[in-house]
Structures are given as C-alpha cells and as structure tokens.
Ligand binder design. Structure first.
Ligand code: HEM
Ligand SMILES: [Cu+2]
Length: 473
C-alpha cells in the first residue's frame, strides 16, 4: 500500500468524522432559529463560527486531497507536503476548537476586524485563534506549493496553463486536470499571502497596540476568504474532469482552445471578484465596485459553461450506469449552476442593496457547497473506495442519494425563501418584523436532518473501508 493511498485514506477518515459533527452544529442553529430549541446567544455564535470554519476547512482539505491523489497520473507526487499539511491542519483545528469552545471566541467564520478582539469571553482566545489560522495557512501553503512544484517539474508554466492550446496547437498536450489544478493552485497563493498579512496586522494590534485600518483589514480578509472558498470549488471541478468521462465509459477530456481560454480567464479574474463583499462599504473606491461586479460575472461563467457543456455531452448517449460516484458528480454540477446563478444575482450592486447579509447569502453558498463541492469530493471518495476495496456502495445508492438530495434541496430552499423575504443572516432568534424566518428555519432544520441521516449511512460505509486501507499498511 503506497504512502499516497495511506494519506488519502487518512484525509477521508478525518474529513468524514468531522462532517456529521459540523452538520449537527448547523441543525442546532436552524432549530434554535425555529424556536424548537433555546440556546444562549453565545452558544449559537460559537456553533456558527465552528460550523463555518470546520466546513470550509474540511472541504478545502478534501478537495486538495483528491487532487493530490489524482495528480500521480501525470507527475511524480511526493507525499511529505500532503502529510505536513495534514498534521498542521489537525493542529490548527484543535487550536481553533479550543479558542471557540473554551476561549469563547464567536466571531463568525471570516472573523472580520475588529471582532476577534471583542467577540470572546477570555483574554487568550484571540492569540490562540491567530495561531490556529497561522497553522492552517502554513499547512495549506506548503501543501499547495508542493503540488505546484510537482507539476512544474514535468511541465513548463506556459504548458501547465495550456498556453500552446490557446493558439490551437495540440502538442504537447496539457490534460484539463493539469490546467485546472495549476490555475487553482496559483489562484490560492495570494489568498494565503493575504492571510499571513492579516494575521500579522492583528498581532501588531493585539501585542503592539497599533490600530489597524478597518477597510484594509476587510479587503485582506476577503481576498483570503472569498478566494479560498471560490478556489476549493475549482479543485472539485478538476477532480470531476479527471474522473467523470471514465465513469461514463468515455475517453478522457482534451484541452480545447476555449477550455484553455476559460480557465486562464478564471485565473486572473478570480482575484478581483472578492470586491463584491465590499459593495456596502461606501469608502471603498468606486472603481473597485465596478471591477468587482464585472469579475463576479466573468469568474464563474466560463468555468460553469464549459463544465456543464462537457458533462452533458458526456452523459448524452453514454449508457452511463448510475451509481453513487457519477450521481454525486452530475448532481454537483447541476446545483453548482443554480447556486452560481443565485450568487451572481447577489453580486450585482443594485440587488446587493436588498440581499446583502440576508439568508440569500447562506442560500447560495450552501447550494454550491453542500450540493456542489461536497458532492464532488464525495464523488472522489466513492470512486477511491471502489478502487481500493472493490465495493461500489450499491446498497447505499438509493437511500443516500434520495435522502441527501431531497434533504439538501429542502434545506437550501428554506434559506432562499427566507432570504427573499429579507430575513437577515447570522441572527440567533428572529425579531417580530421577520417572524416568517422562524417557520422557514424549522422547515430547513427538518430537511437538514434528512441530510444528516444520509451522511451517517455514507460515512459509516466509507470510513470502514478507508480504515481497512490504513490498517493494512
Ligand atoms: C446539512 C448541512 C448543513 C446545515 C444544516 C448547515 C446550517 C447552517 C446554518 C443554520 C448556518 C447559519 C445561517 C445564518 O443564520 O446565518 C450556516 C452557516 C454557514 N455554513 Fe452551513 N450548513 C450545512 C452545510 C454546510 C456546508 C457543507 C458548508 C461548506 C462549506 C457550510 C458552510 C457554512 C458557512 C461558511 C456558514 C457561515 C458562517 C458564518 O456566517 O460565519 N455549511 N450553516
Ligand atoms: Cu465572494
């Protein structure tokens, strides 16, 4: 059993152990908003912070782990950066949970300045939190650089970005997987740099009393936060490009000129899309608001269009045998389109006046995470489990697919309805003015319990088999 199999199995076991816990936090929040429970505000915000950070952390890591495994098809992958990433991520998560559940930190997942200094119950929570973030940042930076170097040992930068295909040349060939992985790895690097800078600035204020500029801090925070969650979706897409045609019994995808163009465009545009988080900040230079709106349109559209087209063309007339892996990939793409469309609506300045910080926001990002990116990773995991154990989880197909998709759809639908009724996000109990929010919270919570049930069934299956891979080595 190779080291790469082992570390991949370790990632799967870890991520799948944390996932149901993080879902449970989400259900508790929804039931609290639906008045079926009565948590203290502090507990609610601690759960919210832990839920958001854990979810983003595990699914970013799992997307990277899937890509790391598949990369060995094209280049020599060294396992040490992945193992390093694994260990430091665990350290980061433990520190994070300590800061939240012992230190009383409850800033929300993107810890907007100056919240870490105030939203806490102990004096040591902010430094431990900063340490946790630093640990995660270093873990993922080293891991990402390791993968990038592995690619650049085999391909030149221009080849890895498929520049030769832009002009219609077919040789040397850059597989779409290499192209998307490279653009995504390059894409996350500025996010990690911004994270380091923001941590240092927080530290300067905490220990040195040096007041920071709130607008600068907000920009840096969203270069990090937005870019991280945006790019993790593209790692999932890379995995899909690599595995989906094979699942349909078709030859691998090739990098056509428009595919090369789409992803090169994504590479540069993705860095400026984050401005859409600052539309309500009137002190932000106006030109950046225009750039933000344009970039928010341009960043997802080429990728979505090309991917949707490829996936539909693959399925059409393929006689695809539908089991969990292709079902996860296919439905993931469909919900990605829906969630992406809902996100673009919100990223239009005029709409943002109405939708800003309403439940429309969790509505769209849960659509392309819970029903998009997570499904891409689950598709990879299901494929990996079958490769290694021969078990295609056939028994689970109907119950898991039905409960997860039905529950997930109902859960996000409740967010959309409440969001369009202007119910605000990040509130533990709804005031009279938006009391319809409570009903939709309850409905959303009940649907989420279906997702939880599907997850438990699936997790028990996959962990057992990955555990055997670990134990056999
Ligand atoms: C069935 C599964 C899930 C449930 C029940 C759930 C529930 C929730 C709830 C109730 C909130 C707070 C919404 C508000 O009132 O503002 C929330 C926020 C959030 N969720 Fe989920 N969620 C689920 C899955 C996921 C997944 C898969 C991700 C993956 C990235 C995710 C990431 C987040 C993030 C980033 C936030 C924002 C936290 C913040 O505002 O600081 N969730 N979720
Ligand atoms: Cu964003």
């Amino acid at each position: 059993m190779t080291a790469l199999n082992r570390i991949t199995a370790a990632w799967i076991v870890t991520v799948l152990l944390v996932f149901p816990i993080a879902i449970l936090f989400g259900i508790l929040m929804r039931l609290n908003q639906g008045n079926a429970l009565s948590l203290s505000s502090l507990t609610f915000y601690a759960l919210m912070t832990a839920h958001g950070l854990l979810m983003v952390g595990i699914w970013f890591s799992m997307a990277m782990a899937g890509v790391s495994y598949l990369l060995q098809r094209y280049v020599e992958v060294r396992t040490w950066p992945i193992t390093f990433g694994y260990v430091l991520t665990l350290v980061g998560v433990v520190l994070l949970l300590a800061a939240i559940f012992v230190g009383g930190l409850h800033t929300g997942w993107y810890f907007l300045y100056p919240l870490p200094f105030y939203a806490r119950t102990t004096s040591w929570a902010p430094p431990v939190f900063l340490l946790a973030l630093a640990s995660l940042g270093v873990a993922w930076l080293v891991w990402a650089l390791g993968l990038l170097m592995a690619i650049l040992r085999r391909y030149s930068l221009g080849q890895a970005l498929a520049w030769q295909h832009l002009t219609g040349k077919t040789e040397p060939e850059t597989p779409p997987f290499i192209l998307i992985t490279t653009t995504t790895l390059l894409g996350v690097l500025p996010a990690f740099v911004a994270a380091v800078v923001v941590i240092v600035l927080f530290a300067l204020e905490y220990w040195g009393g040096l007041k920071q500029d709130a607008l600068l801090m907000k920009n840096l925070t969203f270069i990090f936060g937005h870019t991280l969650v945006n790019e993790m979706l593209y790692f999932g897409i890379a995995t899909l490009y690599e595995l989906f045609p094979g699942l349909a019994g078709k030859p691998p995808y090739k990098t056509k000129p428009f595919v090369a163009l789409a992803w090169n465009l994504v590479l540069v545009v993705v860095w400026t899309a984050y401005f859409h988080h600052l539309y309500m900040d009137f002190v932000q230079p106006v030109v950046l608001q225009y750039i933000g709106q344009l970039a928010s349109w341009i960043a997802p559209i080429p990728a979505v269009a090309v991917t949707t087209f490829s996936v539909l063309a693959t399925v059409y007339g393929s006689g695809m045998k539908w089991w969990l892996a292709p079902t996860f990939f296919f439905t993931g793409v469909m919900f990605w389109i829906i969630g992406g469309f809902a996100a673009i609506l919100d990223a239009i300045v005029a709409n943002n006046f109405v939708l800003h910080n309403t439940l429309w926001v969790p509505a769209h990002f849960h659509t392309y995470n819970l029903l998009g990116n997570v499904l891409f990773s689950l598709g990879f995991i299901t494929w990996f489990v079958r490769e290694k154990s021969g078990d295609d989880s056939g028994r689970l197909y109907r119950p898991v697919a039905t409960l997860y998709l039905l529950g997930g759809t109902g859960f996000v639908f409740a967010f959309y309805i409440a969001g369009s009724a202007s119910v605000m996000r990040r509130v533990d109990k709804y005031p009279e003015l938006v009391s319809s929010g409570s009903l939709w919270a309850l409905i959303g919570g009940l649907f989420a319990i279906l997702v939880f049930a599907a997850t438990l069934l699936y997790v028990a299956h996959a962990i057992q088999r990955c555990w055997r891979i670990l134990a056999a080595s």
